[in-house]
Design a protein around this ligand. Structure first.
Ligand code: IMP
Length: 196
């Protein structure tokens, strides 16, 4: 079986691809095809992964693995959520998104809030059947960014049981506990059950 990873992000393709490879599953990615971009207009993570994987599975006739993730902040009623990558505007940088989040917390007189990183993954097969999984990393967001590693909201996210931000973790350490790693482990298990 060959699975298409519905992403052009090399870091993501490597992380997911390495796991598939250890199970003897071949993979390719959107970097190998010239296809239009799938719509991503859902109001939930699950809607978005469904949209993405069914779009490419139909177009390319292969099993497609898609993912969608973001940060859910309790004090902001779940924002930025599905808007995480464009919270401060359609072309916003990671820094601008993070600064907007800090500003909104400060406007509420808060220096932190419980929060979770959430990741949904879905594999859709050409027969339109699908498998999906969810991974969650619980913690809190703070208003003083720390650390130079990672990306996105890592500098303001402190995982439960720690005092460091995710931007102070090594890549391996982050991958072991991350929402994406957890969703990936779950969907791989589901996939193995299906092909066994
Ligand atoms: P994507 O669905 O993986 O592209 O993630 C959407 C957005 O969520 C990213 O642009 C980041 O702003 C945020 N995000 C997702 N995962 C992480 C993470 O592990 N660390 C920091 N930010 C993340």
């Amino acid at each position: 079986m060959r699975v298409l990873i519905a992403s052009k992000n090399r870091h993501k393709i490597k992380e997911i691809g390495e796991k598939l490879k250890t199970l003897g599953i071949e993979f390719c990615s959107l970097l190998d095809f010239d296809v239009p971009e799938a719509p991503e207009t859902g109001t939930t993570f699950l809607e978005n992964v469904y949209q993405k994987s069914s779009f490419y599975a139909e177009k390319l006739n292969v099993p497609v693995l898609s993912d969608d993730s973001g940060l859910v902040v309790e004090a902001l009623d779940g924002l930025p959520g599905v808007h995480s990558s464009r919270f401060a505007g359609s072309k916003a940088t990671d820094r601008e998104n993070l600064m907007k989040l800090i500003r909104l917390l400060k406007e509420k007189g808060l220096s932190e809030s419980p929060a979770s990183f959430v990741c949904f993954m879905m594999i859709t097969f050409p027969d339109k059947k699908g498998l999906w999984s969810e991974g969650v990393l619980k913690g809190k967001v703070i208003v003083e960014p720390r650390g130079g590693r990672g990306f996105g909201y890592d500098p303001i996210f402190v995982p439960e049981g720690d005092t460091r931000t995710l931007a102070e973790y090594s890549t391996d350490e982050k991958n072991r506990i991350s929402h994406r790693g957890r969703a990936l482990d779950k969907i791989i298990n589901l996939l193995m059950e299906r092909v066994r």
